[in-house]
Design a protein around this ligand. Structure first.
Ligand code: SAH
Length: 372
């Protein structure tokens, strides 16, 4: 076995030790797996990597981001297939419905739930939390950046491997569809008994999508409660100027030196990374979190009790159980601080869980290697 395979095999046994059993799962074609090793071998990660086809992630990324990658390196089919899936317009039109796989109508409930989680559960725990910089990983067209992060944080790094989706992000976020989405969220909040007048005001402000000439912050949010508005923070730059676009998968992301994140948001994309790349990515971003108060928030589908994992053979991703996901964070040097299930989603969806992790104190200088 080569180095990466040895390391993944070792990691798999650590995960199973955390779980206290051999993990079992299945895939969307009905195949059953009796262990994680069997699954990672079947999807090609525990075999020698294959040469990339033309137009694969690394090649395209190298064209877009100076010095980001080594074009000669090979990429496992696991990643090239996911890349091809998300690059195809037919699988994912550049709309909310597209990035949510036909469940665009849950976006308002989703964003309202995330905001409540951040304000009601995370902020009280990390009371000195700063609101300077967030990262939105696997951002798609920037739904989460537009509706959740930009109204709260001074700047956002938007990380998305699909050049097609990334190219659609600015017009989504600052054009008509983004405005419709902002209205959808406000409608959910209204239906949940928010203060109607203030929410309407928020919707209108959100639809303008820019600073008021008098310096009143765009989206200054009457619901923000314990989180100061951007106006209170003295942020004047328009939202368009507060986003940085990075065309990268999480497995290739190395935070720039000196960049400090208050929140790294990872929603509906964590299952694209195999276990070893996920742990390495988490170690790299741990080093870029603001000491004491920086947090990684994961919001994703989770398996219920009947399986430890489910492989989606369509987009090459893995839905993990909460215990499996938490084991990987523990190994990467994080403490779980809060965990909450999103309410109000259709019953046919996997349970969607929000997790807040912070760096373990003793792990801040050490832990599993974060190399790529
Ligand atoms: N988080 C967004 C988009 C979810 S769709 C939202 O909630 O609206 C899943 C996204 O994950 C797609 O944009 C896809 O391109 C991205 N993705 C796929 N593989 C990835 C990887 N390896 N790293 C980061 N993002 C990935």
């Amino acid at each position: 076995m080569c180095e990466i395979e040895n390391q993944l095999a070792e990691l798999v046994s650590k995960v199973e030790k955390h779980l206290g059993r051999i993990a079992k799962g299945n895939d969307t074609d009905g195949r059953e797996y009796t262990s994680l090793s069997e699954m990672w071998a079947t999807v090609g990660i525990l075999e020698p990597p294959v040469a990339p086809k033309a137009g694969t992630t690394r090649k395209r990324v190298a064209e877009l981001v100076d010095g980001a990658t080594d074009e000669t390196a090979s990429v496992p089919a696991w990643y090239t297939q996911a890349y091809a899936y998300w690059e195809a317009e037919g699988n994912c039109p550049p709309t909310i419905d597209g990035v949510l796989g036909g469940f665009g109508h849950v976006s308002g409930t989703d964003i309202a739930g995330s905001r409540r989680f951040l304000e009601g559960r995370v902020k009280p725990l990390l009371s000195a939390m700063r609101l300077e910089k967030a990262a939105d990983c696997g951002a798609g067209i920037g739904r989460v950046t537009k509706l959740l992060l930009l109204p709260i944080f001074a700047s956002v790094d938007l990380l998305e491997p699909s050049p097609r989706l990334l190219a659609a992000a600015p017009s989504f976020m600052f054009g008509q569809e983004g405005h419709r989405a902002a209205r959808m969220e406000a409608e959910v909040l209204l239906s949940e008994g928010g203060k109607e007048e203030k929410l309407r005001e928020q919707t209108v402000v959100g639809m303008r999508g820019r600073e008021e000439p008098d310096g009143k912050a765009e989206g200054a949010d009457p619901r923000a409660g314990s989180l100061p508005t951007r106006q209170q923070q003295g942020i004047k730059a328009p939202p368009e100027a507060r986003v940085r676009y990075l065309c990268l998968g999480m497995q290739d992301f190395q935070p720039a030196s000196g960049v400090v994140y208050d929140v790294v948001w990872i929603q509906w994309c964590i299952g694209h990374l195999h276990d070893l790349d996920l742990v390495r990515f988490l170690v790299r971003i741990r080093a870029a979190l603001r000491p004491e108060t920086g947090a990684v928030i994961v919001k994703d589908n989770c398996c219920d009790a009947s399986a430890d994992f489910v492989v989606d053979t369509g987009d090459s991703s893995l839905t993990r159980s909460p215990a499996y996901l938490k084991a990987l964070f523990e190994i990467a040097g994080y403490d779980l601080r809060v965990e909450e299930r999103q309410q109000g989603f259709p019953a046919e969806l996997f349970p969607v869980i929000m997790f807040c992790f912070t760096a373990k104190k003793e792990a801040s200088q050490s832990g599993e290697g974060g190399g790529r």
